[in-house]
Design a protein around this ligand. Structure first.
Ligand code: HEM
Length: 168
């Protein structure tokens, strides 16, 4: 009798240990899965780094420079003629690299300082966004990265667009 109950106790302990092991390994696996969740690389890297970003900015600015909606604004046209485009491309590239997580440091003016004298309207903003989309499609930038870039660009709108309605 005694031996029997002793065996039952041993069985009970073995079973408990087994269940505990199963429980811990299931929990471990669940945690492991959570920990191994793929973390996105910085947008800068997903875009391909400085050379890819500079190429995209180059195409984008070339489009803006011949955009009739933008050139109908005398202040933009005047700045286009005054500011060397190579410098503008450099500044915009540095800014995009910095805000997407690259090692570059943008050293230009704030978006407000560099655009407030241009009287940029909503209509002109939309013309710029449409050119930006064309550039991103040309280089086959994936949808997810396009959206992230539009979110970044969109966050500057309040500092760049001075008036909601276009009088032009
Ligand atoms: C309709 C939209 C936009 C137009 C027409 C526009 C046009 C211009 C022009 C003409 C300049 C030269 C201004 C000057 O030196 O007098 C300039 C500068 C600049 N823009 Fe824009 N821009 C637009 C939107 C943006 C956006 C969305 C960004 C980036 C998020 C951006 C980044 C810059 C930078 C970094 C500079 C150089 C500032 C400096 O050198 O201190 N621009 N832009």
């Amino acid at each position: 009798m005694k031996t029997h109950s002793g065996m039952r106790t041993t069985h009970g302990i073995v079973l408990s240990l087994f269940l505990l092991t199963v429980l811990l390994s299931v929990r471990g696996a669940a945690q492991g899965k959570e920990m191994n969740k793929p973390v996105d690389k910085p947008l800068y890297e997903r875009l391909g780094g400085v050379y890819a970003i500079a190429t995209v900015v180059d195409d984008f600015i070339e489009r803006l420079l011949v955009n009739d909606v933008l050139n109908a604004n005398a202040a933009i046209r005047e700045a286009r003629e005054r500011v060397p485009k190579a410098g503008l491309k450099f500044q915009v590239t540095a800014l995009v690299c910095q805000v997407t997580g690259g090692p570059q440091k943008y050293a230009g003016r704030t978006m407000k300082e560099s655009h407030q004298h241009l009287n940029i309207t909503e209509k002109e903003w939309q013309a710029m966004a449409s050119d930006f989309k064309k550039t991103l499609d040309t280089f086959k930038v994936p949808e997810k990265e396009q959206q992230e870039l539009f979110t970044i660009i969109g966050s500057t709108k309040g500092d760049i667009v001075v008036t909601g309605t276009s009088s032009r």
